[in-house]
Structure formats: C-alpha cells, structure tokens
Ligand binder design. Structure first.
Ligand SMILES: [Zn+2]
Ligand SMILES: [Zn+2]
Length: 420
C-alpha cells in the first residue's frame, strides 16, 4: 500500500525540536508573566472578513497566501495567517477594555500561510504573539521591546540586532506615501507586476518587496522620518530615550515599513546573524487605529510576533534539546524485574524520569541503553543483591558506584537524584 505523507509545506515537529519548543515556551510564559501579560487562547480559524479588514486587502498575505474556503453553509473561513487580528477580535468580543484599561495578552500557536515552500519556510508555522491594548505612551513601546529582547536573550539567542523606526500616524503618513508615489513615478517599468499594481493603493509595500529591481529602485526613495508630524517625532524620540534608559541598543532603520497596513508609529524588528546570514526572528509595532477599525473602542495597541521555527533554528548547537532520564534500572532476573517495575512507576509519579528494560538482556546491553537514554544514574541489581539486601547505584557520568540498602530504596534514590 502507498504511504500517506504529510501535506507539502507542513511538517512534523519531532521530539528533539518539540523539546526546544517546550523550553522556549516556558521561558516566554515566565518572562511575559513577570511583565504582567496573560495568556489568551484563540481559535485557529476565523471569518475571512476579519483578516481582510485587519491585514489589508492589498497585501501578499490576503491576496495570495491565506487558506480560505467556504464552509458547508457557504460562510467564508480562513486559517489564521497571524494572531493579532484574532486577539483583537477576542478583546473586542469579550469587552476586555472595560474590565482592564491596560490589557496585556499573549498567545502561542500555529499560523497558516500558503507560501511557496522553500527551505526554512512552512505553510503551518508557529508564533509567539504579544499584544498590549490601552496606552499610546512611549514607555509602553520601550517596555514591550525590552521584554522581547529579554525573552530572546533568555532563550539563548546570540548576536541580536534591534532595528526600530516610526511609521507616523494617519496625519503624517499619507504625506509620506504621496512622496513615495511621486518618487516612483517614471520608474514603474523597473517594478515587479505586484508593485506596479499596488503603486497607487499601497506604495510603501515596495519597501518590503524582495524583487531585486524593486529593491534597487526604492533604495533612494525619501525616508519616513523626514515626514513625521511633531507628535510622532516627539513620540519616537521618547521611545528611543526610554530604550536607552533600559540599556537596549538599537539601529534606526527608516526603510523598515513592516508588511502590514495597520502599523502606526513605532515599528521594530529583531535580527540575528546566527545562521550566517541575517534573519529576522521577531517583529512588531504599534497599531493605534486597528481596534476601532475592527469595530472596537478607540484604543491604541502595540504588539509583536516571534517566529518560533526561526528562533529555534537560530539557537546555538548546544541548545538543551537532549532528553534526560534520571534513573535507569538494570534489573537482572525475574525477582529483580518485579521490584524494578514497581520502583520505576512510583519514581515516575514522584516526578523522576525512570526507565527499565523489560527483557533479559545482559548487564552490558542494559547499561548501553541507559547511556542511550541519557540517564544520570543506573541502578543495578539481581538475585545476589536481593539476598544481600543492597543494590548498586552507578553515576553514569563519573562511573562512581555506591551501594544502597534495599530497605527504603525509593526514598534514598529520590534524595540522591534531587541532590545531584
Ligand atoms: Zn504623525
Ligand atoms: Zn516588487
């Protein structure tokens, strides 16, 4: 029979990676909690309209990459391509703004985009998503960036580079957009078909375009920072100064516009050189009009997303993805195996990772298995040890051995493992 394989662009997270996911997630939860963020779990599917309205109709995501289909009652549904829209939808739906003037939320889970499959890119990928609603003060921008940097460093990422920019507001950005359109006038031919088509609806998209000729054409375009109104300029300079107060170094990148329509004012990206080339591991920004755009109150917001797969790929080689076993019991003969069976299961409910081999393999073969399982200790005993009422505990790293009385064995082992 033919094998059934996973869908193209979708992949299994195998145990070694899953362990890293778990480790990174627990660091995220710990850091975010300390900064007052609470977890929210939103569905992976939403009405298509939500993403069209939030991400913008003329974006690559909405135009080409969403998994959208008609449900049986012909309602159009989409597998979420990002989490911000869903979190805002939930924030509005549950009227969270009335309970909490400043609402801090995070969510972790899979997103879906039908991109062309290529190395390191998947159609189902995972993100850590953080959103803060209710405040426009620059302290919050600095704080959320500080938290992001702290989380990424805490995960083990090295060589991080933070880039920041301001994308202006609904007052000053249109002036900038107009200037970009004027700048691109006459150069339309060197733009890719997508950029040509969007030049009047969404000219800033050219900054994000990966096509070589688009990139070289836009290279000398005006920069947004020359167009900021005085409020936006003041906001941006305060963000910079608060970041400096927190000892966070940054690079100002006036060409970073971030791919989504909804960003206003502060935008940021974190890159790392860990894989040889520069890779973005996280990005985000402020979106002051988005909540009301989606039918909610006039509430400012700011957030970021971390690409889980990218983060894990950028972790140093020695990342802690090895499974560890606390104790392997090498039991020789039926009486010893019977004692071992009860022992490992009691140790497990006491929180120890304990294993044994339910076969009659030689001691040598069993110790080999203990090594394979990365076991810290091996407990060795057979008929003779049962008669003498004492067993041998071997430290698998140092190879030191000690004898332990069979009486009170479980307590002695728990004590030794905990002291390790
Ligand atoms: Zn402005
Ligand atoms: Zn282009």
């Amino acid at each position: 029979m033919d094998k059934i394989t996973a869908i193209r662009g979708f992949k299994d997270v195998l145990p070694e990676d899953a362990r890293l996911f778990w480790e990174v997630e627990s660091i995220a939860r710990k850091v975010f909690n300390a900064f007052g963020f609470r977890e929210i779990r939103v569905p992976i599917m939403e009405k298509t309209e939500l993403f069209k309205r939030s991400i913008g109709e003329t974006t690559d995501i909405v135009e080409k990459e969403m998994y959208t289909f008609a449900d049986r009652d012909n309602e159009h549904l989409t597998l979420r391509p990002e989490a911000t829209a869903s979190v805002i939808r939930a924030y509005i739906e549950h009227n969270m703004s009335s309970a909490e003037p400043i609402t801090k939320l995070f969510t972790i889970g899979p997103m879906f985009r039908r991109e062309r499959p290529q190395k390191g890119r998947f159609r189902q990928f995972n993100q850590i998503d953080v959103e803060l609603f209710g405040e426009d003060k620059p302290q919050f921008d600095a704080e959320i960036i500080f938290m992001l940097m702290h989380f990424l460093t805490g995960s083990g990422l090295k060589d991080l580079e933070l880039e920041i920019n301001s994308l202006g507001c609904s007052g000053c950005r249109p002036v900038f957009s107009r200037a970009v359109i004027d700048f691109l006038k006459g150069s339309e031919k060197s733009l890719c078909p997508d950029c040509q088509r969007r030049i009047n609806t969404n000219p800033l998209r050219v900054f994000d375009c990966k096509v070589e000729t688009c990139a070289s054409t836009i290279a000398n375009a005006p920069g947004i920072l020359d167009f900021l109104c005085s409020d936006c300029e003041d906001h941006f300079s305060k963000v910079k100064s608060f970041l400096s107060d927190l000892n966070i170094s940054f690079i100002i990148n006036p060409r970073m516009v971030r791919g989504l329509d909804y960003y206003t004012r502060t935008a940021f990206e974190v890159k790392t050189n860990a894989l040889g080339a520069q890779n973005a591991v996280a990005g985000g920004g402020r979106y002051n009009g988005l909540v009301s755009e989606l039918g909610g109150p006039e509430v400012p917001g700011i957030g970021f997303a971390v690409g889980f797969e990218r983060l894990i790929a950028c972790l140093p080689e020695d990342a802690n993805n090895k499974f560890r076993t606390d104790l392997f019991v090498a039991a020789l003969g039926a009486p010893a195996q019977k004692i071992a069976f009860g022992l490992i299961n009691r140790l497990r409910i006491a929180g120890m990772a304990a294993e044994m081999d339910h076969t009659d393999k030689s001691l040598k073969a069993q110790l080999k298995r203990a090594d394979k399982l990365n076991s810290s200790f091996a407990l060795i005993f057979g008929d003779k040890e049962i008669d003498e009422k004492q067993v041998v505990l071997r430290n698998m790293q140092t190879k030191d051995q000690q004898t332990i009385p069979l009486d009170g064995l479980q307590e002695s082992i728990i004590k030794i493992i905990k002291e390790r």
